[in-house]
Ligand binder design. Structure first.
Ligand code: ZN
Length: 478
């Protein structure tokens, strides 16, 4: 008993005190007064439905039609914008609201991508197809509803309402709707390349996190704000050996060497490592929920001891606490069933937590197969994880408004297992937050890239209010 007490004290002493949160400047609230979010939300729904009807499936993209659509919407409010193409038909839109009383703070940028992933039209419900923009039973259907024309529409509407209400700004607010996020980041490369000098965003909001119902606790929504993204290491692992005839197997054939190497690589034991962002999200959930589980969640060392098994049990949370490596395909084959090729290869997709460099991961993998002859590693793509500061007024504003007036919601930071255009903004020194302020069920989340992608009217209404309030807090003059 005594031993337990001592170890508990030691464990608890590791828990850090939560930081002081940034609050909205007094007086800024008046810029929200008089805005009817139900009416504004209804307009957003119609804009989104029109946007979903445009085919910007990538490949090929054709984002210019989407950019021109947004441009025409802005023009109705007399707001100028420019469309920049990185290739014919591959346009990105930029519009800017200038600060009337500049504080010296750099622009706040509202980023979305215009392109969507492909959709197998024949698998969708007939009347609610991927390019239908159909509104049925309070749900808006179409490819991009969640990823991410829905958010792009919210950003457009926030932007035009700032203009309509003549909200005085102390920093520029920039609307960025870019091409080609889903394939080659062509639009964002243009934005963070030749166009960046004019933009200089210090803060970017983009996709990455959402509110998920029941993520930790039933009947509670956890709004996950992505503050960072895992790095990647894409590898070709090639096995070489003696070519020959399939009728006379030997030990030095490339395919068998590859199988042996893959067996060793697949058996790699990843060491779990919880990121500060995840400790912070759990602390917030624990603080909200109380009880024994809540107590455990508020103390990092207790989380390590008691919660790690659960975190490692689900693919989604496991990806959040480990460096993962997945074999995603094979290359190279003999010219006939009876021909053994001299070379064959596997492709691997590794995702790296902050703190693991691509080089370190490659060395770890190479060490696992060092006893096998004829195995070579080739890097196809590699970049390190990047994380934005959470001690930030915009981060706090997003978290605050997401849960405002709700007992059944909590908001906190996460590191996304996948990457988005935010990596390019972070590389330019911007703080990027991935947060689509929708409150969705796991079933709705499953429609992301699925054959039934949709978002509720209620989410469009509420999301618009969350985003508008957060932007006003950090960009408006009180
Ligand atoms: Zn997306």
């Amino acid at each position: 008993m005594r031993i337990l007490q001592v170890s508990l004290v030691l464990l608890l002493s590791c828990a850090g005190a939560p930081r002081a949160l940034h609050t909205a400047p007094p007086g800024v609230e008046k810029h929200v007064e008089g805005l009817d979010f139900t009416k504004a939300g209804d307009e957003a729904v119609e804009v989104l439905r029109g946007y979903l009807r445009l085919d910007t499936i990538n490949p090929p993209g054709n984002e210019t039609i989407g950019a021109e659509y947004l441009k025409a919407e802005l023009a109705k409010d007399g707001i100028e914008s420019q469309v920049h193409e990185f290739a014919p038909g591959r346009g990105s839109l930029i519009a800017r609201l200038k600060a009337s009383k500049p504080s010296g703070e750099k622009p706040l940028c509202l980023l979305s991508h215009i392109d969507t992933v492909p959709a197998e039209t024949e698998l969708w419900p007939k009347e609610q197809g991927p390019l239908s923009g159909a509104l049925v039973d309070g749900m808006i259907w179409g490819r991009g509803a969640l990823d991410m024309k829905g958010m792009g529409t919210l950003e457009l509407q926030v932007f035009r309402w700032l203009s309509r209400k003549n909200v005085p700004l102390h920093r520029d607010v920039i609307l960025l709707a870019v091409a080609d996020e889903e394939v080659g980041e062509g639009g964002m490369k243009l934005v963070t390349g030749p166009l960046w000098d004019e933009l200089q965003c210090s803060h970017v909001i983009n996709e990455g996190g959402m509110g998920i119902r029941g993520l930790f606790t039933e009947n509670q929504t956890a709004f996950a704000i992505s503050v960072g993204e895992k790095g990647i290491l894409w590898l070709r692992v090639t096995a070489e050996g003696e070519a020959g005839h399939g009728s006379t197997p030997t030990d030095n054939r490339a395919p068998m060497r590859l199988v042996a190497a893959m067996e060793k690589l697949a058996a790699r034991q990843a060491k779990p490592r919880i990121q500060p962002a995840m400790y912070e999200l759990m602390r917030r959930v624990g603080e909200k929920n109380g009880g024994f589980t809540g107590f455990v969640m508020q103390h990092p060392s207790l989380v390590d001891t008691f919660a790690m098994k659960k975190l490692l049990g689900k693919p989604t949370t496991r990806a959040g606490v480990t460096d993962t490596c997945q074999i995603t395909g094979f290359e190279g084959k003999g010219s006939a069933p009876n021909v053994i090729p001299s070379q064959t290869a596997a492709i691997m997709d590794c995702r790296l937590l902050p703190g693991t460099t691509p080089k370190a991961m490659q060395e770890e993998l190479e060490a696992l197969v060092k006893d096998l002859p004829g195995i070579k590693f080739e890097v196809l793509q590699a970049f390190e994880a990047a994380v934005s500061e959470t001690d930030d007024a915009f981060f706090d504003a997003l978290a605050r408004h997401a849960v405002e007036g709700r007992d059944d919601a909590v908001a906190g930071p996460v590191i996304s297992p996948g990457y988005t255009d935010s990596i390019l903004a972070r590389a330019k020194g911007a703080r990027a937050y991935g947060f689509v302020p929708f409150d969705i069920t796991p079933e709705e989340l499953a429609t992301f890239h699925g054959r039934d992608e949709r978002v509720s009217v209620k989410n469009v209404h509420r999301g618009l209010e969350i985003l508008y309030r957060a932007v006003v807090d950090v960009a408006a003059v009180p």
